[in-house]
Ligand binder design. Structure first.
Ligand SMILES: [Zn+2]
Length: 148
């Protein structure tokens, strides 16, 4: 168990997921309460205690410090820092693409493509020309080999 519904105390995997028993989808202040009613902020025994109280019909009123902690968790989820490659990172990636393999650049692009910022596009721009160049070289070698 990693979270309980703040309305019916059913167990859920993710604190902000819709409850499969009562259908509650946490919005507004319920989001903070739902984060509190999870192992993000409580130990497993504390969470079981909360579950017991909700089942007993007690209103779920966590302390102010818990609510503030939940607010910080939610704010951290919202602010995913954008990623831009620094000049040194770009040079290192370009060299790695040239000297090792362009798979390196594609790996960086793949890892960053969901993140905000220019990082993924920068990685692609540093990688595509190298891989096209390498592919062209191999193709030329192959053609000359066939003719020769
Ligand atoms: Zn529920």
């Amino acid at each position: 168990m990693s979270a309980v519904c703040i309305s019916c105390a059913a167990e859920k995997e993710l604190p902000l997921a819709r409850c499969s028993r009562c259908g509650l989808a946490p919005v507004g202040p319920d989001r903070a309460l739902s984060v509190i009613a999870s192992t993000r902020l409580l130990t497993e025994p504390e969470l079981r205690e909360v579950q017991k109280r909700i089942l007993a019909g007690e209103p779920f009123r966590p302390s102010r410090s818990r609510v503030e902690a939940a607010g910080r968790v939610l704010a951290g989820q919202a602010a995913v820092a954008p990623v831009n490659l620094t000049r040194n990172q770009a040079v290192a990636l370009a060299l790695g693409n040239l000297l090792l393999t362009p798979a390196l650049g594609f790996a960086v692009w793949f890892g960053l493509r969901q993140r905000p910022g220019l990082g993924a596009r920068q990685a692609l721009w540093l990688t595509l020309p190298v891989s096209l160049g390498l592919f062209g070289s191999w193709a030329l070698l192959f053609v000359y080999h066939l003719r020769g």
